[in-house]
Ligand binder design. Structure first.
Ligand SMILES: [Zn+2]
Length: 466
């Protein structure tokens, strides 16, 4: 057993059940688990194998990213000004060039970018698997870079000839999808506490799979402990139209019809939920991922986050794919979540006769702490985890430190926690994941960024040449 003492932390935001924020804080870590949390006066003289002085820093739990498509960083800034279905149908043929090497290299870029912006746990929804590509490639990347990883085995099975949106060369056979999902669970899924590797089953969307695959995926997931279900839902008005036309129902009713509501299910986006459907999410324990950047980028709309949180829905944050974001920055996502809720139309002034026109927002819609809570505890709850998202005894040792003495934070000493997103985003100076130091003084301890970038460039030129 090894012990690690982190002391003299200027500001320690624990996000524990009491939401303690401690000045001159300290943490004692045993192996990969937090043992004690307190002040430097209380813990500072505890003997430890390693002592790290983090004076001049704010420390908080690592951020939890609950929706991504990492491979998309090979196609950033493409289709800049079109709606979702045009965006997708333009990109599908390029994504059809992916293979294991492209998935591995793009995952390394995405994971490094995420970790620099505070993320210590990420899910990735990989649903395009042409050329015998597998999730094994990104799981290997996660193990090498040291991020806690929930690999979501995505899938598309309804090609254009079957009334779906993707071209036929981007879809897989349903029995092969399910066989591969079971293989991944047996090979990589660790259901235990402090697990670094979990498998999620994730058919892509109502317009790219069949109801039969959704039902069978749910059955397969529920036969295994802590295997969760994930998909896109209520993401776009075109999806609403598709569900009405093909299934004769709203998308949440479609989810219910394939047994996809429950505490083991979370959906990305969930923008177009009415009051009844928000209540359904709350009552069934169904979670959602809010992706403000992508929702703004594709002009989709504003999810009712304030209303969902008030109704008790589990809400996490996600950067979404790097072709619709086009970054993997979790602090930025928390900042945009806060700001976007504030401009969500609380009341349509233009509908008031003789009114001033335009629409009004609400500065109380979401606080900085609410947004950071969604990025930590919220994400953990969506992923079905009670061992990450807060710093308290018995929790996984996943925490980040941001340097306070930097230009963008000067003058924010009164509230350094809110400042992380109100003045940011910032890069982390230190990141510990499962007790292991991944970033130290702003540098990766075991990742050669230049090498990662060079291999990314090589893959990109190959894909675009084809
Ligand atoms: Zn997505």
């Amino acid at each position: 057993m090894t012990t690690l003492l982190i002391k003299s932390i200027d500001y320690l935001a624990t996000f524990d059940d009491a939401r303690r924020e401690i000045r001159d804080g300290a943490l004692l870590v045993r192996d990969n688990v937090i043992d004690q949390v307190g002040t430097t006066a209380q813990l500072g003289s505890t003997p430890a194998d390693r002592v790290v002085d983090l004076s001049g820093h704010i420390v908080m739990p690592g951020l939890v990213n609950t929706h991504h498509h990492m491979y998309q960083n090979l196609t950033r800034v493409m289709v800049q000004d079109d709606e979702l279905f045009v965006w997708l149908t333009t990109l599908y043929p390029i994504w059809a060039q992916l293979d294991d090497e492209a998935i591995y290299v793009s995952a390394r870029v995405a994971m490094a970018e995420l970790m620099q912006s505070g993320c210590t746990t990420s899910s990735d929804h990989l649903y395009v698997l042409p050329n015998n590509a597998t999730l094994d490639a990104e799981i290997r990347a996660a193990r090498e870079v040291g991020i806690r990883f929930h690999a979501a085995r995505g899938a598309m099975s309804r090609g254009k000839s079957q009334g779906g949106l993707p071209p036929d060369n981007c879809v897989e056979k349903e029995d092969a999808i399910l066989r591969d999902a079971e293989r991944l669970i047996n090979q990589y899924h660790d259901s235990s506490r402090h697990s670094m590797s979990r498998i999620v089953l994730a058919p892509c969307s109502p317009f790219s799979v069949t109801p039969g695959l959704m039902k069978e995926a749910a059955q397969l997931a529920r036969a295994h402990k802590n295997v969760l279900l994930h998909s896109h839902l209520a993401e776009d008005l075109d999806e609403e139209t598709y569900c009405a036309k093909v299934y004769g129902m709203r998308s949440v009713d479609f989810a219910a019809s394939v047994d996809w509501l429950g505490p083991d299910v979370w959906f990305a986006h969930a923008i177009f939920l009415n009051d009844r459907e928000i209540q359904t999410f709350s009552e069934t324990g169904t979670g959602m991922t809010h992706c403000p950047s992508a929702n703004m980028r594709c002009g989709q709309g504003i999810a009712k986050i304030r209303q969902m949180r008030q109704a008790g829905v589990k809400v996490g944050l996600g950067v979404d794919g790097s072709a619709s974001n086009d970054t993997s920055n979790m602090f930025l996502e928390a900042r945009l979540a806060q700001l976007l809720q504030r401009v969500a139309p609380a009341r349509y002034l233009s509908e008031t006769p003789g009114g001033p026109g335009g629409f009004g927002g609400n500065p109380k819609a979401l606080s900085a702490r609410d947004a950071l809570e969604m990025a930590t505890r919220g994400g953990a709850s969506v992923l079905g985890r009670d061992d990450i998202g807060a710093l308290a005894p018995g929790m996984s040792a996943d925490f980040i430190a941001v340097k306070l003495r930097q230009l963008g934070l000067s003058g924010a000493e009164r509230d350094p926690l809110a400042a992380l997103i109100m003045c940011g985003p910032f890069k982390v100076d230190h990141s510990f994941i499962n007790g292991r130091e991944i970033i130290s003084r702003g540098e990766f301890t075991a990742l050669d960024v230049e090498e990662v970038l060079a291999s990314h460039r090589t893959i990109m030129s190959r894909i675009y040449q084809q």
